[in-house]
Ligand binder design. Structure first.
Ligand code: ADP
Ligand code: MG
Ligand code: ZN
Length: 631
């Protein structure tokens, strides 16, 4: 594609600007810099130099061919002098005696022409070079704003995206909704003949990493049409008026290339609600851009075959005007993949690496509930990296399992410095979680327990994996989950009679769950089915905002606290009645670092009589009192 900046039409104003800049730089150089540097040097007779030298006033001297430059301390400042150089054989001796720091820089015979070149031409060349570079950079950043508001003529089209629907695993509903658009782009005439109007725009909505960008590319790939793409954030970085100019330009190009797809990624960056009350007018630029987008969308004739796709993970923040009929009136949810979807995504990405036969993708999919397509793609890649690290040329099941933990909990920190006492506390903490999970009827089975620290800051964790995916959570399930979360801290209290900061994440999760039960799931006695909170940011962490009075809010807090307190109590009771097993399992975990769910269940279910040879009882030499059960 031709670089539009080379066209002669755009060059004239730039050349003028360039010439002005050059003249200014030259004048500056000659008038100011030379004046400044010359001013401070005073020429003195050689005799003065000698006097100053003998008086010990000269600090530092530079002996050149024709002259001597030297500095003298005058109070707080240093003054520079020069004097003609004489044929003084004792000069060096004098300077040494006066303790002067001296250098000589007698240059090789240099021609006046050369020194002229160095003094004037070289700086000029350098400044011009830097200036040209800066102008080039500015032009790129501002999309050619040096051409003062004129169309930037940037070309946005990507000829072939190379993506097909087969590259997108799962997301069948989204693909079904988009295949109609593909068909329309294939043969707009068919729709035109009958007089049907297809939606002008469709909005892909979903959490980050679920494949929205990928889907948009796949639509273009399937329809074999050009793909114009721009990210919303690219519009807002520029000068006032540039965003709108870009929108105009984009649509002009697109209508020339129809049928085609115009994809605006992260559209929330320009499509945010225009708030009436922001008196400062700080977002004028964004509003202009948005208005231009709206009018372009209204202005063009969809029967030509231009389809606009947008993607966002903050649909609630979009301006209503964008969503009304005739604009982005179709909303295509792109949700986090379910169990089957995750398995399919893993398989798609596993095709790109060498996998060992018979890898159980379903097991990996089960352990990754709640992850996005991007994270799953990352898991396959991490698995491949691990295989390489171990010198294998195929990825195995265990690589993927380790990769799951890497992606979900961070890298192993094998060399983290953790004291034996801390490791012991972590062991009891994790076994506490595991025992309580295992002793409740609605808990997810324990899959793995480990005390290998991770880069996420976790010192250990208990991984629970379901045999099946659940879409509904019962009240009992959530309560059991909260109880399990409180069990780590409960174990620390029971055994060491002290509490640590290690439970912070558990506390956060438990509180969030308990709160959700009360405010959004209608699972509390007191409030019943009243929505007390609304979700404001569904796809990005799920922020909530209160929808109740302050008095109610205080009662919610009470309810949440009571729920957690009773869960903690229950966890404590379970651990007290299994204290023997807690010791046994914690010692086993401490020794092995990582144990599987099966090993755990086997020891937990073993009768007290059968003492295992590999799990010695811990010696009670730490500060807590294991022998004292009344904690
Ligand atoms: P989004 O735009 O929703 O944030 P992307 O489309 O950029 O997500 O997805 C990032 C990467 O994740 C993709 O390039 C792809 O490798 C992977 N990915 C995400 N979802 C899927 C999916 N459904 N099938 C296959 N790969 C996926
Ligand atoms: Mg994206
Ligand atoms: Zn914990």
């Amino acid at each position: 594609m031709k670089d539009p900046m080379q066209s002669p039409k755009n060059n004239t104003p730039r050349l003028i600007a360039f010439a002005i800049a050059m003249v200014i730089i030259l004048l500056f150089n000659i008038l100011i810099i030379n004046r400044l540097t010359r001013q401070k040097i005073t020429e003195v007779p050689y005799s003065t130099f000698l006097q100053l030298l003998d008086a010990g006033k000269v600090k530092q001297a530079d002996v050149e061919k024709e002259q001597i430059s030297f500095t003298v301390d005058q109070g707080s400042q240093t003054v520079l002098f020069t004097t003609g150089r004489m044929d003084d054989t004792d000069l060096i001796g004098r300077m040494i005696r006066s303790d002067v720091e001296f250098t000589t820089s007698i240059p090789a015979q240099s021609s006046p022409l050369l020194s002229f070149l160095i003094a004037y031409i070289l700086p000029l060349v350098i400044t011009l070079g830097i200036g040209a570079l800066l102008i080039r950079m500015m032009n790129r950043r501002m999309g050619g704003a040096m051409s003062f508001g004129k169309s930037t003529a940037k070309v946005y089209v990507e000829a072939q995206t190379g993506k097909m629907f087969s590259d997108v695993a799962g997301e069948d509903e989204a693909k079904a909704a988009l295949s109609e658009i593909v068909d329309f782009l294939h043969d707009p005439g068919k729709y035109r003949d009958i007089g049907a109007k297809l939606p002008k725009g469709a909005l892909l909505v979903g959490p980050p990493g679920t494949g929205k960008t990928l889907l948009a590319k796949a639509v273009a790939g399937e329809a074999k049409v050009p793909f114009f793409s721009i990210s919303g954030s690219e519009f807002v970085e520029m000068f006032v008026g540039m965003g709108a100019a870009r929108v105009r330009d984009l649509f002009k190009q697109a209508s020339e290339k129809a049928p085609c797809i115009v994809f605006i990624d992260e559209i929330d960056a320009i499509g945010k609600k225009r708030d009436a009350g922001s008196g400062l007018g700080g977002n004028d630029e964004r509003e202009q851009t948005l208005n231009q987008l709206l009018s372009e969308m209204d202005g063009f004739d969809s029967s030509k075959g231009v389809v606009i796709l947008g993607a966002t993970n903050r649909p609630e923040s979009l301006d209503q005007a964008l969503l009304r009929p005739g604009r982005f009136d179709r909303r295509i949810p792109v949700e986090l993949p379910d169990l089957a979807g995750r398995e399919a995504i893993l398989r798609v990405h596993a095709k790109e690496v060498k996998m060992e036969e018979g890898v159980d993708y379903r097991a990996v999919a089960l352990a990754t509930s709640g992850t996005s397509g991007a994270e799953l793609a990352n898991i396959i890649n991490e698995g491949a990296l691990l295989a390489v690290k171990e010198g294998r040329n195929r990825v195995q099941q265990k690589d993927l399992e380790e990769a799951v933990e890497t992606v979900l909990a961070g890298y192993q920190r094998k060399n983290a410095v953790i004291t034996p006492q801390e490791r012991k506390i972590v062991s009891y903490h994790e076994i506490g979680h595991a025992i309580v999970a295992a002793c409740q009827s609605h808990s997810t089975p324990v899959h793995k327990i480990t005390i290998i620290p991770r880069t996420s800051g976790a010192l250990g964790y208990t991984m629970q994996v379901d045999e099946d995916e659940h879409y509904l959570m019962s009240r009992e399930y959530i309560l059991d989950k909260i109880t399990t979360l409180t069990a780590g801290r409960a174990a620390e209290e029971l055994i060491f009679n002290q509490i640590t900061s290690g439970a912070s994440n558990d506390i956060e999760q438990a509180t969030k769950l308990a709160r959700t039960m009360v405010t959004r799931l209608g699972m509390s006695e007191e409030f019943g089915m009243t929505a007390l909170e609304t979700v404001t940011n569904m796809y990005l962490g799920g922020d909530t905002s209160l929808a109740c009075s302050e008095a109610t809010s205080a009662r919610i807090d009470q309810e949440v606290m009571a729920t957690i307190r009773s869960a903690h109590q229950k966890a404590m009771e379970i651990l007290q009645s299994h204290e023997q097993k807690l010791h046994e399992l914690a010692a086993y975990l401490l020794e092995r670092e990582t144990i599987t769910g099966e090993e755990f269940m086997q020891i937990l279910n073993r009768k007290d009589g059968e003492v295992a040879e590999e799990s010695p009882k811990l010696s009670d030499n730490f500060s807590g009192n294991t022998t004292d059960p009344e904690v």
